[in-house]
Design a protein around this ligand. Sequence first.
Ligand code: BGC
Length: 764
Amino acid sequence: MKNTSRILIALAAISFLVSCNNQVAPAIPADKGIEAKVEKTLKGMDLDAKIGQMVQLNIDLVTDDKGLDEAKMARVFGHWKIGSILNVYKGQAQTREKTAELISGIQEASMKYIGIPCIYGLDMIHGASYLSEATFFPQEVNIAATFDPVHAENMGRVMAYETRAAMCPWIFSPVMDLGRDPRWPRLWESFGEDAYLQSVMAVAETKAVQGEDPNEIGPEKVAACLKHYMAYGAPWTGKDRTPAILSEQDMREKFFRPFKESIEAGALSVMVNSASVNGVPTHANKTLLTDWLKDGLNWDGMIVTDWADVNNLFTREHIAADRKEALALAINAGIDMVMEPYDTLCCVDLKAAVEEKLIPMSRIDDAVRRVIRLKYRLGLFENPVWDTSAYDKYASEDFAAQARQAALESEVLLKNEGVLPIKKGSRILVTGPCANYMRSLSGGWSYTWQGTNDPAYVGRFNTIYEALSNKFGSDKVRYVPGVVFDESNWQVDKEQGISAAVSAARQADVVVACLGENSYCETPGNIDDLNLSENQKELLKAVASCGKPVVLVLNEGRPRIIGDIEPLAQAVVDVMLPSNYGADALAELLSGDANFSAKLPFTYPKHINSLHTYDYKVSELVSTMVGDYNYDAVMDVQWPFGTGLSYTSFEYSDLRCNKAEFKSGDVLEFELALKNVGEMAGKEAVLLYSSDMVASLVPDVRRLRAFDKVSLEPGESCLVKLSVPADDLAFVGLDGKWHLEKGSFRFAVANCSITLECTETTIK
Ligand code: BGC
């Protein structure tokens, strides 16, 4: 063989090896059978058919007051060849039979007119929100507070089953936005402020929703849609859908992580953040959509816009002159399906953009392949409809028990000066706007978008007042509202008998004051003041003035500031949004029939100008310090991330690691002894943090690296094992690479800590 040939062969081999090394393994391995069918279907489609598959409309466009409208369906499917429909008939929950009937009719029309099944999508966060008898778990922020992914798993499994039982194959869940700004009205929709906790919960939920094989979604599973990609949870104004300004470090280390890990766990679709990040609307951000997500993770799933967000590129963001230009920007950036809820003329603009070569045909084909692939993976071509009567576990007692257990483990005891548990036989006054109200327990995405509960659906569940009456006896429990919510404007509450509440408090042994927020969702939930309302604070001050012990129950989707009234309460419980079984769970906990075990998944602020997350930079403390330039100042928050008390006490000791020194590729195996030294059985969430003592970029003061939840009887001990891959300790450097730097790392669990040495710097 001539030398040149040898060189060429060697070069080819090297370049093959290099390309293999650079090639990220597919997030979802391709299924050859499905891919062949996708190609065949694509070949049979003309441009109009392709464009139709890329558009999603709201159900209003195919229905009228009486149900499905045949003429509208002929137009939507016959003429426009629309590929997807979303959400809910008449804007409110329907029975599963009605939902199944509507979706079956839609599938029939889609098969008749297009020969391709429709993919129907429903919004839900904590249960099948738009099905009137479905099982509602606590909201995601509560699930995070359990620090036990089994609850995310249960929620995902039940939600998928009940959605499938209503003929729907696709849900817009889980949310993994990182609620890092307490002012943001969607904080409660995600698993708190920490990236690791968020990832663990999101992955557990994703797998439970979809099952083990993303190429073959089973009959009790549905496709997940991760949202809202990405960095939606940190708007600098604190208001919904407003810009985020973030470092590349925070973007990659924190906001990207739950999406990456959920996609690696097989997630089939993603919905995009409505806002802009660092000046680029996410819907037009090719780097985030294509480079990071599709190419970077070698992911062949589908990306859908959020509600009318292509339009926002020209009407609100002003980065395009009209819809045609906006569509080109979005599709070229990586959008595959346009949620254009009300306007079919979007198809005309999209076609024009293709014909004018603003969007290459290759991009259209890629987008359509992704839509069609999803439909094949869901088995919709073979079974566009199925027998929903077989789903006999729908709304079962078994599912309710799982939701109740999640609620029980999600309510956080923040303060207890001996008043809890409330002794049986005590006379209890229950007061406050959340005391006898179902709507505040669930929050948004419950029966309706804004959570404006229909009493017909929630009448069978207990309010806090009802649950306490059941537990302590109706002759012992009295309800005087003091303050009530205004039904027509969620932000407004009004005084209703504070003096009557004071008189009742005088007759009681203990006051349970249920304060917080009415339900809201998205932009309508924006507020101008994070402080709890004046009326509610007045109520608490008034009842506390009677000298009776006060248990403050916070029922709220985000931590409203209560710094001035907290000292007046002898106990504080943050139930957040525990939903339909939340009041029963609270009664169990307040009576001591069950023990608290939840911990805060966010930092509870004390002052409006001192909003921090637990993984702050030391220099941030300047904003909370007392005195000048005191870098030893401690963070002045109401309750730190991870706070959560119990009726028992746990003793931590003997934290050790299998290595004193480590480097990239190692796995650090930690062990510690945990003992229940109190008198009641309890569960404890054990949280392990790391601190990088010296780094070339300012390190966060600490980061959560692992956790576990264990159950111990009084006097019982156990060994808790936690493992941390050394590479998890790396950070993104200024060069955009991951740096694990030589030097000391401190690891802490409760009051125990050890310092380990990283012996070499690795940059990847
Ligand atoms: C929300 C999404 C939701 C979508 C569809 C948007 O307004 O931001 O979370 O999935 O509407 O209803």
